[in-house]
Design a protein around this ligand. Structure first.
Ligand SMILES: [Fe+2]
Length: 440
């Protein structure tokens, strides 16, 4: 579907409607799995009440599609400030006079009905926001991104399990523990991906020295060796800021882990279970990922190294949309879309392998990189500075690849995520790299 002929407006309209519906079905699952008391509760000061996300989804859809694209008047101007993410930090949102759950649902539903009418009549061209259905695609991605945020809230929520999904596919060990990416230039970012966001643009050539990259993300089993070797107690492995944070926050293991009877357990969406050694490690901060890499005698990859390993086809010297090619992600390629409620074991998805042989670059866990979040050469803020530009700077680190919680519409080889280096309630893991030596 994502590779459909987007130049045909009828096909593009159907694609947009399908993506908007998929997002709304997921929103319905995530908000319908708990009662109203749960929807208005704040499960962590890091997160909004679920009912805030619900009305915010509707409000952003109204703002961008009905008002900016459609030229309509605001439906409820008095609620706009409540759902402006920049006006109210998450911690204070529960104290706002938010729409109660039934009104939030009715509002989002009403907006959606009007948006589908607008879509049916739209030429989907003739204005920058309309070309290739960009604003519609942005809104479908926005809702799916909030669905991932709501899934994080579910993970932080205490109480019995309310979500369910089948297990991911099993895996055999990959053929080699690391892959060699030879020196040379590649094209990073995109000018052609129609729904790419401003920070993924423009396409530009980047020349890299040769490096080795882990074939798969670092596993829980490998991470447990770091813990057992005293990794959390040894300042040698940590940056000064990382050590300061580790000490102040009392970190001794990934978030949601506990130690019982000589065994590591984890809490996952209401289930307490032994930590599976073959799964990618999840819920680690950038500081922890960086310390592990140094302990292992390695380093985190740069963002450019991650993207070259994921997209560059050395035979054709071109960058693909995804590691496996230009076709959309299927269930055989990657663990995406909350199809499973956990990462797949390392080595899974051989059909999703990149030309250099790395696996699971897309899906499973967001991967921390060593890079700060900045604009590419020639960056232009679009459609508003608050999307990306206000976050540029050394305080945010880039994550790549998407997790099991990311929807295909919001995932591609160029997609960039960013967060503070202390964050670990997100679905974050990592893989490591090292410089290649002469003769490798
Ligand atoms: Fe938002």
């Amino acid at each position: 579907m994502l590779n459909a002929d987007r130049t045909d407006p009828a096909v593009l309209r159907e694609l947009i409607a399908t993506e908007l519906l998929a997002a709304r079905e997921r929103t319905g699952q995530l908000t319908g799995a708990v009662d109203d008391a749960d929807l208005v509760a704040q499960h962590s000061p890091l997160m909004s009440p679920l009912v805030w996300d619900l009305a915010h989804i509707g409000n952003q859809e109204e703002l961008w599609l009905l008002r900016n694209v459609g030229g309509r008047d605001p439906m409820h101007p008095e609620i706009d400030p409540l759902y402006d993410a920049f006006e109210h930090p998450r911690a204070e949102r529960p104290r706002l006079p938010l729409l109660p759950p039934d009104e939030a649902r009715a509002y989002a539903h009403e907006v959606r009905g009007r948006v589908l009418d607008l879509l049916a009549a739209s030429p989907l061209e003739g204005a920058p926001l309309l070309d290739a259905g960009f604003a519609f695609g942005m809104i479908a991605q926005h809702e799916q991104q909030h669905d991932e945020t709501m899934l994080i809230t579910h993970q932080l929520r205490q109480g019995p399990a309310v979500l369910d999904a089948p297990p991911p596919p099993a895996a055999a060990a990959p053929p080699a523990s690391e892959v060699l990416v030879p020196a040379g230039p590649f094209t990073m970012g995109t000018d052609t991906e129609p729904w790419a966001l401003d920070n993924e643009r423009p396409a530009h050539r980047v020349d890299l020295p040769a490096y080795w990259l882990d074939t798969v993300p670092v596993s829980n089993g490998a991470y447990q060796e770091f813990i057992a070797d005293g990794g959390y107690r040894d300042p040698r492995w940590w940056t000064p800021a990382g050590w300061e944070h580790r000490t102040a926050a009392g970190l001794t293991a990934p978030l949601f882990w506990s130690r019982e009877g000589g065994q590591w357990l984890r809490r996952r969406f209401g289930h307490v279970e032994p930590v599976p050694p073959n799964e990618p490690v999840l819920h680690v901060s950038w500081y922890e990922a960086d310390a592990y890499a140094r302990w292992a005698g390695r380093r985190l990859p740069t963002e450019a190294e991650w993207e070259k390993a994921a997209r560059h086809d050395p035979v054709a010297d071109r960058s693909r949309r995804f590691p496996w090619g230009d076709g959309p992600p299927g269930p055989e390629h990657a663990n995406l879309g909350q199809r499973h409620l956990r990462p797949a074991p390392v080595g899974a998805y051989p059909q999703g392998e990149s030309p250099y042989g790395a696996r699971q670059l897309i899906g499973d866990v967001w991967e921390w990189t060593s890079s700060d979040f900045t604009g590419y050469p020639g960056f232009r803020a679009w459609p508003y500075r608050e999307y990306s530009e206000v976050f540029f700077g050394p305080e945010y680190k880039v994550l790549r690849g998407g997790s099991f919680a990311v929807a295909p519409v919001a995932c591609r080889g160029t997609f960039r995520n960013w967060d503070y280096p202390i964050r670990r309630q997100i679905f974050s893991g990592f893989r490591t790299a090292r410089d290649a030596e002469v003769g490798d």
